[in-house]
Write a protein that binds this ligand. Structure first.
Ligand code: AMP
Length: 253
């Protein structure tokens, strides 16, 4: 079984985002960028499937700038076999849209013929949560979204999903798309020997234009702004005062 894992290069989750002064987006100059956390979980899950003898090859693919080579190498250090980088001059956070990515991934699926695509449920920069679902629709494949457990057997994937008030397990025929939730696994740290080995693994680079994908924008970012500054709290003298404030000022009781 061959697995394709789409991975996105995003602002590292530990870094506080700074909005550009013209409010056109996030300032990505000289800040740490990393593999989208949900995509790292997708890579880890694929490697576990390979270690369990259920997958034979793991190919990671990223659409972005030349710099995205670093996250492809990181995924290879975790255990992916091969990488594909689809380069574009477009700004990854404002000009690359989920539909565009889904269309590019559809072309890669046609070239690579994977049995399974495992990807993040959402990219932490745009929080779109759209690409996996759009790709499933374009390919007319089944999809198991927000996976917290994946079990592959007999050409089927049993996907456990966290839903309101419990867990739902669905069975989908392969080929299929699975999107990862946070609790699916805890990605391993890449060992130094594996980081060295990753440097020698194959990475193919092509441009988004070469893929012949329609890149007409459907969305326009109007404004990006900081969340409102949190107001400071106050101290009350006693319980009576607290109840009074809750009743008469906050009007919550
Ligand atoms: P989104 O729909 O933007 O929240 O992204 C959902 C998932 O789609 C991500 O977790 C990635 O697996 C994949 N994805 C989104 N953008 C890209 C990209 N530029 N390159 C590769 N994969 C991507």
């Amino acid at each position: 079984m061959k697995i394709l894992v789409p991975i996105k290069r995003v602002l590292d989750y530990n870094i506080k985002a700074r909005v550009k002064s013209d409010q056109s987006g996030i300032d990505l100059n000289n800040v740490k960028m990393s593999i989208n956390p949900f995509d790292e979980i997708a890579v880890e899950e694929s490697v576990r499937l390979k270690e369990a003898g259920k997958a034979s090859e793991i190919v990671v693919v990223s659409i972005g700038s030349e710099k995205a080579q670093d996250i492809i190498r990181s995924a290879m250090a975790i255990g992916a076999d091969r990488g594909i980088l689809i380069t574009t001059e477009k700004a990854i956070d404002t000009e690359i849209e989920p539909l565009m990515v889904a269309k590019a991934l559809k072309e890669i699926v046609a070239k690579e013929n994977p049995d399974l695509v495992i990807m993040g449920k959402q990219a932490i920069d745009d929080d779109s949560n759209q690409t996996g679902q759009m790709l499933a629709a374009l390919l007319e494949w089944g999809q198991g979204t927000f996976a917290s457990k994946i079990d592959i057997s007999d050409g089927k994937a049993n996907v456990t999903r966290e839903i309101d008030g419990g867990l739902e397990t669905i069975s989908i025929k392969l080929p299929a798309i699975i999107t990862t939730d946070l609790r699916l696994n805890e990605p391993r740290y890449a060992s130094l020997p594996n980081i060295m080995k990753a440097k020698k693994k194959q990475m193919d680079i092509m441009s988004l234009e070469e893929l012949g994908v329609d890149t007409t924008p459907r969305l326009k970012v109007i404004k990006v702004s900081e969340p409102p500054v949190r107001q400071g709290g106050i101290k009350v003298e006693n319980v009576e005062q607290l109840i009074d404030k809750l009743r008469n000022e906050a009007k919550v009781i």
